[in-house]
Write a protein that binds this ligand. Sequence first.
Ligand SMILES: [Zn+2]
Length: 249
Amino acid sequence: MRAIITYHSIDGSGSPISIAPEVFDRHVAWLAGSAVQVESLAALIASPSPAADGRPRVAITFDDAFENFGAYAWPRLRDRGLPATVFVVSGHVGRTNLWGSRSSPGIPELPLLTWDALAHVANDGAALGAHSRTHPHLTELAPGALADEVAGCQQDLAARIGSPVNHFCYPYGDVSPTVVAAVGRHYALACSTDYRVLRDGEPTLRLPRLDMTYFQHAGAFDDWGRPSFLRRIATRRAARAVRAWWTRR
Ligand SMILES: [Zn+2]
């Protein structure tokens, strides 16, 4: 089984985007143990084959590039040899997650990594991905603005960090065929918020992920990849779909 896991911020606020440091430490201990094989996002997608020893395969992603990725999460992953991809909102680097100058209920305003700090984690082995310039709902944009958010973020990262970036992550998981086509002109892989594990032959521009907000309780990983785990994922996915439908009405 292959899965991509998602984190946002590692902090003790208890918000929907936050995982407490002590919970994250527990996750890292599990990821570094022998239960799963942790790979880069590119490697996970390049081959659908099971790991040689049959272990489940996992890639780790962080959305928004919070300062606490560089200060807390990345050193702990790196020290255990665990690769990770961090998705950067290029127009907010060195600022905060106050997207569109409007705060979201229950979401704390937190500092984001600076360009220097991003260059540091990139030199240190973290993979950088693009997460748009300003974190808008991409499906609501006119074609010119959409192209600017998608291609512009890649240009900003190339100009400031110097390395080509070909991974993208849709802000809010907001996606449509038009948005996917725009992203596919510039990127090889793109992550959504569709909550499930990977299937064989998965379209590389709409990759599903598992948000770690649902894995904070003790023992959350104990049945990883087993039928009970897959049933729990399916139930949660259905509940998320109902909630999304209600909030769109
Ligand atoms: Zn985001």
